[in-house]
Ligand binder design. Structure first.
Ligand code: PGA
Length: 252
């Protein structure tokens, strides 16, 4: 699998600012070695698709509705995202779990709707500091994965990437050590193996996210079992993001 580099813009930058960002980024990106996805705010998705046509940079959404269509004011469906050419969607980000009270059941419904609409899913899982301090990291990760992937067929995993994002590392400047990352990634693969098969556990794409920056990226991307990264704050500066991409290209 090519290394995956996903930029999560969160609720940052206006469409005009994103336009300028893409104009700076796109001509500088030629790599065949990594896949880049920009997970943009909803209002910038169509613009992003338009500006990135003819490049090999993908456009992703940061969320979708757990419902297919209907009386859900303010929601955005999987079919709508697919229709405008969005390729992937982040599901189960810890900010959605904690600030929007998204449950495991809702995350499972969202994943099924995304897959039905042929959108790649970037499923985020991770433990809080309390979980970590009470040695619950591994059971939290497997619990989140079991809930999220309930009822899926093994062949559907081809369209799912799992991002290990320790909640205590997101936006805090505290990065997990290589050992912690490798243990988390291993636990994720084990839980996929347990629910599906050894082959599925070995082949699923696993990313790391949480306070990644241009300085720590080389260490993170070289961790065993890590197929890519989900970058938040550090992607907002285009030059910085380009450093992160270059480090991923340089990694074995
Ligand atoms: P961060 O965010 O890089 O700012 O820690 C990562 C994420 O939330 O996906």
């Amino acid at each position: 699998m090519k290394k995956q580099v996903i930029a999560n813009f969160k609720m940052n930058m206006t469409p005009s600012e994103i336009k300028n960002y893409i104009i700076s980024l796109a001509p500088n990106f030629k790599s065949e070695k990594v896949d880049i996805t920009l997970a943009l705010p909803f209002v910038a998705l169509s613009l992003g698709k338009f500006l990135l046509s003819g490049t090999n940079i993908f456009v992703g959404a940061q969320n979708l509705s757990e419902e297919e269509s209907g009386t859900f004011t303010g929601e955005t469906s999987g079919a709508m995202l697919k229709d405008i050419g969005v390729q992937s969607v982040i599901v189960g980000h810890s900010e959605r779990r904690s600030k929007f009270k998204e449950t495991g059941r809702a995350i499972n419904k969202k994943i099924k709707i995304a897959l039905k609409n042929r959108l790649q899913v970037i499923l985020c899982v991770g433990e809080t500091l309390t979980d970590k301090n009470s040695m619950k990291t591994l059971s939290v990760l497997s619990g989140q994965i079991d809930e999220a992937l309930k009822g899926l067929y093994e062949n559907e995993l081809e369209n799912i990437l799992i991002a290990y994002e320790p909640v205590w590392a997101i936006g805090t400047g505290k990065v997990a050590t290589s050992k912690e990352i490798e243990e988390g990634v291993k636990a994720i693969r084990k839980s996929i193996e347990h629910s599906f098969s050894k082959k599925a556990g070995d082949e699923i794409g696993v990313l790391y996210g949480g306070s990644i920056n241009a300085k720590n990226i080389s260490q993170i991307i070289s961790c065993k079992g890590v197929n890519g990264v989900l970058v938040g704050g550090a992607c907002l500066d285009c030059a910085n993001f380009m450093h992160i991409i270059s480090a991923c290209e340089a990694s074995k």
